[in-house]
Design a binder for this molecule. Structure first.
Ligand code: 6PG
Length: 479
């Protein structure tokens, strides 16, 4: 077999197949391999005319087809399946070759694999690929980890097949070892928060404004023309406008209200807890999915009292809708700010040098959270690379100021009416926590010192202190 393939893709599920097609459509010679050879043959039969494919029926044949340095992309289930494929192919590779993992792997697994393969001189490049099946084929957002040396080889190919916005590729080297998969994980966490915030806005417009799904679709279409414009807002309008062919009623009303999750949002929250990085909107979005699936608990709570719901007039509904837009936008800014802060916290923890503006740049297209909003974030970090918070950027700060009254009104109204808005509430609580000049954490420190002698700091002088709560006069000691 002549080594002519610029890249090889093993694992021809929908994502792997579409990435292979994308590379081939863009002029790459692509070696393709799948554990069950039938999938390889099917790809060639159906899509063989899209470009130059080199089908391989065995790992040896597959590797032999790759020009050096070999670039081998794994597109299989995260976890053990990925380890199994690495174990199968690594012995066939030579120093300088590159294994790319394009699955939704956990970044800690990627760091482990990268270190192990580096010992053998093989580059391991954990790569977040966002945009689903269509994105993989037409142009995803590609978050590349691993070494800069490997990106020198891979970058031009990934930038060619990625989505483009303003002529710029939505692909970049994010940082070393697991940085690419980490940022993809945070992308998915932000996706959870974004989707939950949109769902809560829908629920408020349905239950408080009294709009039909079709009317709410029109509201989202209008919002999609403005500062909330995004892929998720766009598809929300489509989903809400859809009529169920069987019942003739709104599609959204025949869908079971228990949300699934493959796990990347959960990973984001677990990792944030380890980093002590408060991604509270992402956490509430993830827990909201779990709560929606707790059928027994929901049955036990059904019918319990929860506020009154006076109807709104058309005029009041229109004003309410404008307030929801402010609340949705403000909550979205906070949720995204939490995500970017988590990336900064991880970069400090894991020694990654991540350009925060680049993250925004490559998320402007191809990925699930693609939005014009990301242009604003990119510009904010381009203006100040060390920006601590998006709220340090004047325009965002002004928009949050404008949103104060409606944001708070909406959450208060939801509470009075017994409508759950966990992500809206978490975003506002986070905002108020960070802006407070004194937090009740002072009392927590006193309680911890009382029952566990966990000590505390004082505001009026340096040092670490403990009060001897059981002694007469409760004297304070320094430790
Ligand atoms: C993407 C998506 C994708 C994710 C699906 C399902 O960036 O293309 O985020 O990676 O797997 O959205 O995710 P959940 O099942 O966790 O909602």
């Amino acid at each position: 077999m002549n080594a002519t393939a610029a890249i090889g893709v093993t694992g021809l599920g929908v994502m792997g197949r579409n990435l292979a097609r994308n590379f081939a459509r863009n002029g790459c010679t692509v070696a393709v391999h799948n554990r069950t050879a039938g999938r390889t043959r099917a790809l060639i039969e159906v899509y063989g005319d899209e470009g130059t494919f080199v089908p391989a029926e065995s790992p040896e044949e597959f590797v032999a087809a790759l020009e050096r340095p070999r670039r081998l992309m794994i597109m299989v289930q995260a976890g053990e399946a990925t380890d199994a494929v690495i174990d199968e192919f690594a012995p066939l590779l030579e120093p300088g070759d590159i294994i790319i993992d394009g699955g939704n792997a956990h970044f800690a697994d990627t760091r482990r694999r990268e270190a192990a393969l580096r010992e053998r001189g093989i580059h391991f490049v954990g790569t977040g690929v966002s945009g689903g099946e269509e994105g993989a084929l037409e142009g995803p957002s590609i978050m590349v980890g691993g070494s800069a040396e490997a990106y020198d080889v891979l970058g031009p190919m990934f930038e060619t097949i990625s989505a483009k916005v303003g002529g710029e590729p939505c692909a970049a080297h994010i940082g070393s070892d697991g940085a690419g998969h980490f940022v993809k994980m945070v992308h998915n966490g932000i996706e959870y928060a974004d989707m939950q915030l949109i769902a809560e806005a829908y629920d408020l417009l349905r239950q408080v404004a009294g709009y039909t799904p079709a009317e709410i679709a029109d509201v989202f279409r209008r919002w999609n023309e403005g500062r909330l414009g995004s892929y998720l807002i766009e598809i929300t309008a489509e989903v809400l406008a859809h009529t169920d062919p069987e019942t003739g009623g709104p599609f959204v009303d025949i869908v079971a209200d228990a949300a699934g999750q493959k796990g990347t949002g959960r990973w984001t929250v677990q990792t944030a807890l380890d980093l002590a990085s408060p991604v509270t909107a992402i956490a509430q979005a993830t827990f909201a999915r779990a709560a929606s699936g707790q059928r027994d608990l929901r049955a036990a709570y059904a019918g319990l009292p929860g506020g009154t719901r006076p109807p709104l007039s058309r005029t009041e509904a229109e004003r309410f809708t404008s307030q929801v837009e402010h609340a949705l936008y403000a909550s979205k800014v906070i949720a995204y700010d939490q995500g970017w802060k988590m990336i900064q916290d991880a970069a400090a923890e894991y020694g990654w040098k991540i350009d925060l503006g680049t993250v925004a740049r490559i998320w402007r297209g191809g990925c699930i959270i693609r939005a014009s909003f990301l242009d604003r974030i990119r510009a904010a970090y381009a203006f100040d690379r060390d920006l601590v918070s998006l709220l340090g950027e004047m325009e965002f700060a002004m928009e949050i100021t404008d949103a104060q009254v409606p944001w708070r009104e909406i959450i208060a109204s939801a509470a009075r009416r017994g409508i759950p808005v966990p992500a809206f509430s978490a975003a506002l609580a986070h905002y108020d926590t960070l802006r407070a000049d004194r937090l009740p954490a002072a009392l927590l420190q006193g309680q911890r010192d009382y029952f566990g002698a966990h000590t505390y700091q004082r505001v009026d002088r340096p040092g670490t202190f403990h009060t001897v709560w059981t002694a007469p006069g409760r004297p304070e000691t320094t430790t």
